[in-house]
Design a binder for this molecule. Structure first.
Ligand code: SF4
Length: 187
């Protein structure tokens, strides 16, 4: 977990992927080059329904400045985003809307459940609240806390960046991925 002091001093340069370098050249695999580009240009769609969304606003502000991670371009159009960030309590009535948003996003796409409510329903163990968004869509990273601090949200973004940077270009066409989608009844 990052401390506040670490975050504000975090380097802003993207790390060079593994490869072979010599005088005047650098060579790496296509997969690593694509991973490098993807992980440093994530376009988040903030699906914020309550208090955790306020922490996200702080994360986007000048002090924490998510732009340093290449993620300052928020998208409110599912078709132009690749990172769905679900922040807040999701009522069961809202479930189909969230699922529709996820389905409308183009592949490759990733999902973060930010905070206890999105991850598990949080303190709202009640008939009207979805007990975790992974009941209706697959989740890649869970950020704990009620609410999580901006440092934790940034930590979640960094975890997603690790996944994105190391993901095989073939994963989305794999049998395992298809099985995952089948579990959620998503074509
Ligand atoms: S996890 Fe806590 S802070 Fe976040 S939406 Fe739920 S009640 Fe609010």
């Amino acid at each position: 977990m990052f401390k506040k002091e670490d975050i504000s001093m975090a380097p802003t340069l993207a790390e060079t992927p593994e490869g072979i370098s010599g005088q005047g050249f650098f060579a790496t695999s296509m997969e690593k080059a694509v991973g490098l580009a993807r992980k440093n240009s994530l376009w988040p769609l903030p699906f914020a329904t309550s208090c955790c969304g306020i922490e996200f606003m702080a994360t986007m502000g000048a002090h924490y400045d998510l732009a340093r991670f290449g993620s300052e371009r928020l998208s409110f159009s599912p078709r132009q985003s690749d990172l769905l960030m679900v922040m807040g309590t999701v009522a069961k009535k809202m479930g189909p809307v969230l699922r529709e948003v996820y389905i409308q996003m183009a592949e490759p796409k990733w999902v973060i459940a930010v905070g206890a409510c999105a991850s598990s329903g949080g303190i709202f163990d009640t008939y009207s609240v979805l007990q975790g968004i992974d009941r209706i869509i697959p989740v890649d990273v869970y950020v704990p806390g009620c609410p999580p601090r901006p440092e934790q949200i940034i930590d979640g973004i960094i975890k997603i960046q690790e996944l994105v940077g190391n993901e095989s270009l073939r994963r989305r066409n794999s049998k395992e991925y298809q099985e995952l989608m089948d579990q959620y009844n998503i074509e």
